[in-house]
Design a protein around this ligand. Sequence first.
Ligand SMILES: CC(C)(COP(=O)(O)OP(=O)(O)OC[C@H]1O[C@@H](n2cnc3c(N)ncnc32)[C@H](O)[C@@H]1OP(=O)(O)O)[C@@H](O)C(=O)NCCC(=O)NCCS
Length: 186
Amino acid sequence: MFPPSQLASFQTIRLSLADAPRLHPLLEACEDYFLMITGEGAGPQEAESELASLPPGKTLDEKFFIGLQKPEGKLVGVLDVVKDYPEPGIWYLGLLLLHPAERAKGLGASLHAQLCESLREHGGQAIRLGVLEQNEKALRFWERMGYRELERKPFKAGSLPHTVRVLQRGLEPEKAKGPPLSGGPG
Ligand SMILES: CC(C)(COP(=O)(O)OP(=O)(O)OC[C@H]1O[C@@H](n2cnc3c(N)ncnc32)[C@H](O)[C@@H]1OP(=O)(O)O)[C@@H](O)C(=O)NCCC(=O)NCCS
């Protein structure tokens, strides 16, 4: 599952808890993202916490935390998916985060396409994720990737209350496009 592969000039590899020290600089550089969620930048424990976090009832064997690295090993992006959550066949995408210098160049779309292909090959039926409703750029991105809204939920990070929009996309090629998010429920 997720063997190392090449994406543009980057390599994708599965990360483990031991990679926390080299994940930390990427999370620090993505201060904008953590500010939006918690009101603070990524703290010293954030890398370990991201690498270890699991939905209820899941194990680290079912979590695939993938790094996108430059040839010299510097991480420029990460994605985190968990198998069969919340139901068999559904992969839960907990994080897709690129270094600010690598955004808006089509890398996110390419990484997502590679993820879909890989999950489809392994029998995955759908990808589900949650986006903060104020993350408008990410919502536009997910809409373009073919996701539709399932529901909206309250969510608290630190002291900040949020609303999360839960989105899902089928992995069968013919079901790839859902209706626009703006026309969805909620
Ligand atoms: C969201 C993200 C993974 C998309 O990858 P990308 O390589 O930048 O996206 P692409 O180049 O393939 O597509 C461009 C689209 O990405 C989104 N995007 C661009 N810059 C962005 C940014 N700083 N933050 C969030 N989304 C951004 C927009 O939808 C953009 O389309 P637009 O030009 O119409 O606004 C990436 O921008 C990112 O890491 N953003 C910050 C973290 C984040 O919000 N992750 C999603 C959490 S649900």
